[in-house]
Every structure is written in C-alpha cells, then in structure tokens.
Design a protein around this ligand. Structure first.
Ligand code: R7I
Ligand code: MG
Ligand code: MG
Length: 340
C-alpha cells in the first residue's frame, strides 16, 4: 500500500542520512568491487556489524536546512547562511568541499552583510557547480510539497545561491528538489514507469527556461534512452562514464536519480528483495562521490517508499538516527502550516 505522508517524510530524511553514512567510506574510490560491497551490505543487513557510521557535510547542511525551515516556517536566506556557518565552525572536519569553506569564512567575516556575495565570488565570479547545494535540498521539497513547482524552484534557488550560484549548481538543486517532490507525491502501490518519471522532470525543468544546452536535459534524455533502447542491464562502471560520478552537480544529480530508478528492479550483482536497499547499493557501486550520490538517491527512494521500507538494521548503523527521525516529524508539522 502507499505509505502515508509522515512515513514518506521520515523515509526521505532517513534515506538522506543512510546514503551519506553508508556511502562515505567509499567516497573518492574510482572503482567499488561488488565482492566488497556485497559483503559490506550482507554484514550490515544480517546484524553482523555493530559499527556506527559517521555522517558528513551532506547531512550537516541538510539538517541546517531542516532546522531553519522549522524555526522560520519559510526559506530565510540569512538564517540559512548563519546556520551553515555555525554548523561548519562547530564541526569543520565533516568532509566539506574544498572551496565552499571559503564561503563560510567570508560570510562570517562580513557578518552576513550580503549573504549572496561570497557565493557569487567563488571560482573567479562564475560560482560553484559542486553538488553541495543539491545534496542538502530534500527538506525544501518536503516542506514545500504543497507549493507550486515554480514556488519550489524559487525556494531551491534561494537555498542554493548562498554557496552555489553557477547555473549548473542551481539547476542541480532544482532537479533534485523536483525529483524528491515527485517521489513524495507518487503512489508507490501503483506500477512505476521510469520513462514517465523522467519525462515529467524534463517538462518541469523546461518550464524554468534553462538553456537547451543544459547538461541536465542531455542526462535526463540519456536516462530515458537506457529504457527506450532496452539497455537496462548497463553496469555501474558504465553508468559512471555515461552519467558521471563526480562532485559536480551535473555529474551526480542525474546519477542519483538513475540509482533510484535502478533500485526498482532486482540487481544481478547483489541479490536483495528490498528496492530501497538496492538503490543505496547501486549508488555506492558507481564509485566516485559515493556519499553524496547515495544520499541524494536515498532521499528520493525514501520519499517514494516511506520509512517502513528501510531496514532497521541499516538505520541503526547511522550516527544521529534518532535525531534525524525526530526532525523529520517536526518538519512534517511545520509543513502542515504552510499557506499556499
Ligand atoms: O559543492 P560542495 O559543497 O562540495 C560537496 C562535496 C560532496 O561530495 C560532499 O560529500 C563533500 O565531499 O564535498 O563544495 P565546493 O567546494 O563548492 O565544490 C566542490 C568541488 O567541485 C570544488 O572543490 C571543485 O573541485 C569543484 N568545482 C569546480 N571546479 C571548477 N570550476 C565546483 N565548482 C567548480 C567550478 O566552477
Ligand atoms: Mg560528504
Ligand atoms: Mg560527497
């Protein structure tokens, strides 16, 4: 049956956390062996491992967004900037991107005078296209699930611009935000059509007048082609080349969306009946920016399947699982007060 909205909120937030915590040990590995990853997951799923996996910057920034939305009941750029900075300086060693920390320094030094200026100055004024704004966007989609797509898009851009002003950075956040919203709204008790899911995202993105050359259109078309050309057995190594597995938003957001689609069907390389687990497995198996790709894929899969689909054996391995679950409930409460 289709899970309720609260279950989907929890699923999305916990999916974000699980992808980050379980993906982090593999971040930066060009290749991830299926033998090693299979053992890793089997061990986690059968309760053989009692290790607690720490979260990284992906979760730090996501939780800052959640807390800001709960407190302000809207996207408040200045408050978001303050929360990102306070969080960074309280725990700087959570694996942040190499350049985004300059934004945090500049925001602090300027006393948040113009919260968008430091982000704009990145990379000689072109802005960052890292995936750091897409990786933290799921709470914006949850909170604004009753808003129109254009309102949601504006929220996503406002949240993104604090650190990532490059069009590819902003558009990545928009696409990931819309993907989470679509998954939240979809009825998971009905049959799932991957080509339809992607086509709807394409149409929504098109309405926002991104240039036709946007890398996102190309990648979404490439995802559809996998299904239209009957190449559904494409390997994780091939996906890394075909869609990317990098720290840039345009080479990771489409990859995360594809990982969600891929988890819908059994995997030849890892036998597992649970589509949420298959999504996280496949996302990590692509290698590269594994924590972020698995986290974004986990957000979408969790929003689609709900928290009941996420094995407690995986949840229990994540640092701050209890806190994230409570925050999901609070965010759900705050979203009920949104006037549209
Ligand atoms: O995007 P960001 O917050 O990093 C997120 C990533 C995730 O994988 C996290 O898990 C964590 O590991 O970091 O941080 P940024 O520093 O803005 O961007 C990340 C990297 O992307 C930069 O250090 C650059 O290597 C690259 N990058 C760019 N390179 C050239 N030109 C981002 N934008 C550009 C650019 O415009
Ligand atoms: Mg990280
Ligand atoms: Mg990462």
């Amino acid at each position: 049956s289709n899970p309720g909205l609260l279950s989907k909120f929890r699923g999305c937030m916990i999916g974000t956390l699980i992808g980050d915590c379980l993906g982090a040990p593999f971040e930066g590995d060009e290749l991830v062996s299926n033998r090693i990853l299979g053992n890793y997951f089997s061990n986690l799923l059968n309760g053989g491992s009692k290790q607690i996996f720490p979260y990284t910057d992906d979760t730090c920034m996501t939780l800052s967004v959640v807390n800001s939305l709960i407190e302000n009941k809207k996207v408040d750029a200045k408050d978001l900037a303050k929360k990102f900075v306070a969080e960074y300086f309280s725990q700087p060693k959570r694996g942040y991107g190499n350049n985004v920390i300059d934004v945090f320094q500049a925001l602090k030094q300027s006393n948040f005078d113009d919260v968008y200026l430091p982000g704009k100055m990145q990379f000689n004024g072109s802005g960052s296209y890292g995936n750091g704004s897409a990786m933290r966007i799921s709470p914006i989609a949850l909170f604004g699930h009753n808003k129109s797509d254009i309102e949601l898009k504006n929220d996503a851009v406002e949240c993104s611009r604090i650190t990532h002003t490059h069009p590819n950075g902003c558009n990545g956040a928009i696409l990931q935000c819309l993907a989470v919203k679509s998954a939240l709204k979809a009825d998971s008790s009905k049959e799932f059509d991957p080509v339809d899911f992607i086509s709807q995202l394409e149409n929504k993105m098109e309405a926002f007048e991104i240039e036709a050359t946007s890398p996102y259109f190309e990648s979404l078309k490439k995802i559809k082609d996998i299904y239209l050309k009957g190449q559904e057995d494409i390997t994780a190594v091939e996906i890394a080349k075909y869609l990317g597995h990098y720290v840039s938003a345009h080479k990771s957001v489409p990859t995360a969306i594809y990982s969600f689609l891929r988890g819908m069907k059994p995997l030849s390389e890892f036998e597992c009946p649970n589509p949420f687990v298959r999504t996280i497995y496949f996302a990590i198996s692509i290698g590269g920016d594994t924590d972020t790709i698995a986290s974004m894929a986990g957000s979408i899969a969790g929003a689609y399947f709900g928290v009941e689909a996420i094995p407690s054996e995986l949840q229990e391995r994540c640092e701050i699982i209890e806190e994230v679950s409570k925050l999901a409930d609070k965010l759900y409460g705050a979203s009920q007060d949104v006037v549209t």
